[in-house]
Every structure is written in C-alpha cells, then in structure tokens.
Design a protein around this ligand. Sequence first.
Ligand code: ADP
Length: 203
Amino acid sequence: MTYCVGLTGGIGSGKSTVTTLFQKLGVTIIDADEIAHNITKPNTYCYESIVEHFGNNILQSDDSLNRKMIRDIVFKNPEERKWLEARLHPVIREAMKERIAKSNAVYNILVIPLLAEKNAKNHNYLNRICVIEVPIEQQIQRTIERDHITEAQVREILATQATNEERLKIADDIIYNGGDLSECRNQILELNQKYLSLAEKEK
Ligand code: ADP
C-alpha cells in the first residue's frame, strides 16, 4: 500500500492552498470533497438514496442535486447531517482506498476536511496526519474575503467544526499558515522531503 498522509484543517485554514503547493511538487492528491461530489452524481447509488430521503425538491432542473440546498438543510438540522454523513462517509472511504490501491506515487496526500470531527481511526490507511493551523482571527478574515460572507456566518460555520485544539490532538505534523504564502511554501517543501523519505523507509 502506498504511503498516505491525511491533510486536514478548518474552513479557510488553507487546505486548497496547501494542496496546490503539494501538487506543484508532483504529489498525488486524493480529495474527499471531490469524491463526495463524484459519488452523488445522478444515477449513482448515493444519489438515489439521497433523493429518496430528502425528496425531489432537492433536485435542480437537470436532475443533479441542489448541493447548496442540502448543505443548508444539514447545517440547520443535526439529525439530517448525521443521516447524510452515515450514508456518504463509508462510501467515500472505500473510494479513497480504491484510489490509493491504484496510485503508483511515492506517497499520496488525502485531503479530508472532517478528519478531526469524525473518528480519525476510521481512516486506518493513513500513515500520518498533517493539520493546518491558523489563528482564528486570520481564518475568519480569509474566509470572509474568499466567500463574501459576514463574520457572524463564518463563526456559525466554525461552531460546527472541530476547534484548533481538537485538530492538533490528532496531528503528527503541523503546517502553521498564519504567515504569508512564502512561509507556507517553505513548510511544504520541508514536509515533502520528510514524506518522501518516510515513504521510502516504509517500502
Ligand atoms: P480552505 O481550502 O481550507 O478552505 P483556502 O486554501 O481556500 O482554505 O484558503 C482560504 C483563503 O485564504 C483563500 O482565499 C486563500 O487564497 C487565502 N490564503 C490561504 N493561505 C494564505 C496565506 N498563507 N497567505 C495569504 N492568504 C492565504
């Protein structure tokens, strides 16, 4: 099995930014959000059961899921969120394992936004967990600027996510993203070297 590093962080912490930097170094990225999107396209098993559960009103005119509407429903309703996660997460994990099995990279980065919120032990294929840490004020400011939402809205989202402390508990490595992009890049360069050599040792 190829060496696997799980990458996680809260909203606006820099997951996309960090992922792009690793990608530029030629690292293979497997993204849980992208898989979630793929396994809920029309005519997939998950799609059918989501439509059955929430009803046809969550469909757009082209029969694809209205993702914003579903996000709003589960944001306001923990029971619905639980249902959706129980339906999707095992399928996402299996799809990730399939991707890992097919990968011939030295190591893979698996981007898993909810790794600290859920039982990280479910992801027993991960050799290491890397957490992006960012001071909360900066996280809020960057999210406001990126998503054009209010501070209150960001705080509402943050309240549903793990705290920095909870995330750091599961971290083997930490990327501190409170600095500028070049500081971030330097840490990625170092981590890439570390992961390449750890992956070689595991072979
Ligand atoms: P996530 O994918 O975790 O939600 P992003 O990578 O999209 O976070 O980062 C959130 C926002 O902050 C984006 O607009 C991104 O360009 C910006 N950003 C991320 N890291 C830095 C940094 N080190 N310096 C300045 N802006 C950054």
